[in-house]
Design a protein around this ligand. Structure first.
Ligand code: NDP
Length: 614
């Protein structure tokens, strides 16, 4: 018996998950383990389907020939239209011949059968059509297949979401209200009959240069951090002036590691405090939503209070500056141990809890990108915790330590203007991230990437020790800037921040509540997943306006360090590379998610990050 019925490249009819509708799809691959076919719909959407949800085209042609119309929706709607238009006109059936009448009867019988299954589909399809014309003003972007699918998917979700979809489509007329009721009543039957099944499949497209790339990065990332820190300590940090390697024993001190552990566990305690609201993340592949405690800003306030107390009792915070390299080594060792721990435990994790981006089956790749999506110890979410707490808050504390070290080393009564600017700009960035903590739940890091070496090292080492490079540089390389220059840099930072914040808020608010009256002036392209793609506002300016704002800010953070060396500009150069690469990754995911709708979006908004440049 053959293990698979349909071959790669074969054009077949695929059922849209949860519905009774079949669309023409092409088989692109088959997963022997999960017994799932990956199929591509005409609009570019890719889904994994079971064999039972796929039919050959010939079986459909046969059914079609028996029916007078290929679409039950068209038949039912045309009937109702003719009745309402002219009640006095004889019914069509009465004008027909006997054979036509028999055919019509058979047809009607079949229509009733089909409609009884398809009714919610039809009703919902029509509702969405109404809406997109009115709300979106983009009739050309509404495809019948797309919209029916949107609504079908939504219809299978819990009550609240169905309500949310209906609200999103701003339905007003009484006729539509009646349809709403039908939808609610039909929904329950559907849930019982056919729940959506989304089974995670293997990661087929490897990112970051695949196995060789990720293997290299595991060594390259720590080497880069240590190179940058060694360079920064030199009097002449020119690129060609390679720093001498320190003695190995000078890199490690038990006490420093102890302080690091204390810091990490103090942040863990703050995270566990039952203060702040608990919100749900986006639905996982099994439909479950994980709860997250939003208390990052409280953790920051408590940390600030603790540091204030330490300073009051004359604790010398520049201890951090004196042992900076040892702290970086401690953090790197800890992040490596954490990555090993999360990888080992991921081997026992159920398939559905693995990361869509880190389930390739290759050890190095999965270890680097993260095998398990949301490793948790009880309610303690390791990835979410590391994303914003020890590293991000640690970055601000390191900056403060650098400021105090500068004052002490150079005998200053007040910090330099450059140091004040760097500290203030980066403090604003961190506080903003913590204030808007909830927004992180929709980012790629949380929804797509697993927790592995990349994020553990990134969060605990790269962010605090590389992002604080400008402040570290300024301690050893004092730079004087004038007030007008400081003012100009401040304006630049404010412009970057404004773009960054308003773009992120616009998208987050739209994702949370597309029917928000404050967003009523924005247009969007509907997609087959039920989510829209904004085509006006910031997201109609470039495809990643938030990255543009972030890069402008990065430049403003480097400028206070003057132009003597390129080293303090490492951050902005690296950040452009990171965001260009991240944009390409996101673009790829969006194309898979949204297919044709994404292509339309790209046509409408041709530039990715920099208007008229890229
Ligand atoms: P984004 O916030 O840019 O989100 C990308 C997602 O937005 C897409 O996957 C898509 O997801 C949605 N989207 C894309 N286009 C549209 C549109 N037109 N309308 C509506 N939704 C759209 O992702 P990131 O996680 O990369 O970035 C978040 C923030 O973090 C950014 O400001 C970035 O600059 C910053 N960042 C900072 C870093 C640092 O080290 N300082 C590192 C990385 C990021 P969907 O449709 O599924 O909702």
């Amino acid at each position: 018996m053959p293990s698979r019925k349909f071959a790669d490249g074969e054009v077949v009819m695929g059922r849209w998950p949860g519905s009774v509708l079949y669309y023409e799809v092409q088989v692109t691959s088959y997963d022997n383990v999960a017994h799932l076919y990956t199929v591509k719909y005409k609009d570019g959407t890719e889904l994994a389907l079971k064999e039972s949800d796929i039919r050959s085209q010939s079986s459909f042609k046969h059914r079609k020939s028996q029916s007078s119309s290929s679409s039950p929706s068209r038949r039912s709607s045309s009937r109702s239209r003719s009745r309402s238009r002219s009640p006095g006109r004889p019914a069509r059936g009465r004008r027909r011949s006997a054979s036509q009448s028999r055919e019509h009867k058979d047809d009607k019988k079949k229509t009733i059968q089909e409609t009884s299954l398809a009714l919610p589909v039809l009703v919902l399809f029509k509702l969405s059509e109404n809406n997109t014309r009115r709300y979106n003003g983009e009739p050309e972007s509404t495809e019948k297949n797309d919209t029916s699918c949107i609504i079908l998917e939504q219809k299978l979700k819990p009550d609240l979401e169905v309500k949310h979809v209906l609200e999103q489509y701003s339905l007003r007329s009484r006729k539509d209200d009646k349809k709403k009721e039908e939808i609610y009543s039909e929904k329950k039957t559907f849930v019982a009959v056919k729940p959506i099944e989304k089974v995670p499949t293997k990661t087929k497209e490897l990112e970051f240069g695949g196995r060789i790339g990720t293997f290299t990065l595991i060594f390259l990332l720590p080497a880069t951090v240590f190179y940058l820190l060694l360079m920064c300590k030199q009097d002449d940090p020119s690129l060609l002036n390679f720093p001498p390697l320190p003695a190995l024993e000078s890199l490690w001190e038990g006490r420093v590691f102890g302080v690091f552990l204390l810091w990490f566990f103090l942040q863990a305690v703050f995270y566990l405090l039952p203060i702040g609201k608990v919100v749900e993340g986006l639905p996982l592949s099994n439909g479950r939503k994980l709860p997250y405690r939003i208390n990052g800003i409280y953790a920051f306030i408590l940390t600030a209070a603790a540091v204030g107390i330490l300073l009051y009792f004359q604790f010398e915070l520049h201890y951090l500056y004196d042992h900076f390299m040892q702290f970086a080594v401690s953090a790197a060792a800890f992040s490596l141990a954490l990555s090993i721990y999360v990888y080992v435990r991921s081997l026992k994790a159920p398939e559905e809890e693995l990361a869509p981006g880190g389930n390739s089956g290759y050890f190095i790749y999965d270890f680097f990108t993260g095998h398990e999506l949301n490793p948790r110890i009880g309610s303690f979410d390791l990835k979410y915790f590391c994303e914003l707490r020890p590293g991000l808050i640690g970055w601000v504390i390191i900056n403060l330590a650098m400021l105090l070290a500068e004052m002490k080393i150079h005998n200053l009564s007040v910090p330099s203007l450059s140091m004040i600017l760097v500290n203030s700009f980066q403090l604003l960035y961190v506080v903003d991230a913590l204030w808007n903590e909830e927004a992180i739940l929709t980012t790629m890091d949380i929804t797509h990437d697993g927790f592995g070496f990349m994020l553990a090292f990134g969060d605990l080492v790269w962010v605090p020790f590389v992002y604080s490079l400008q402040a570290f540089y300024l301690v050893g390389h004092p730079t004087t800037i004038t007030w007008p220059i400081a003012a100009a840099i401040t304006v630049l930072n404010c412009v970057g921040y404004y773009i960054f914040r308003s773009a992120n808020s616009q998208k987050n608010n739209f994702r949370r509540n597309p029917a928000d009256p404050q967003l009523a002036n924005l247009k969007f392209i509907p997609t087959a997943t039920g989510k829209g793609l904004l085509v006006t506002g910031w997201w109609g300016f470039v495809r990643h306006p938030n990255y543009l704002g972030d890069i402008i800010m990065a430049l403003a953070w480097s400028l206070p360090c003057g132009f003597n060396h390129i080293l303090p500009y490492f951050y902005v150069i690296y950040f452009i590379c990171l965001l260009v690469h991240r944009e390409a990754r996101d673009e790829h995911h969006c194309k898979q998610k949204y297919g044709l709708a994404w292509e339309r979006y790209c046509q409408r908004v041709p530039y990715r990050i920099f208007p008229y440049i890229y």
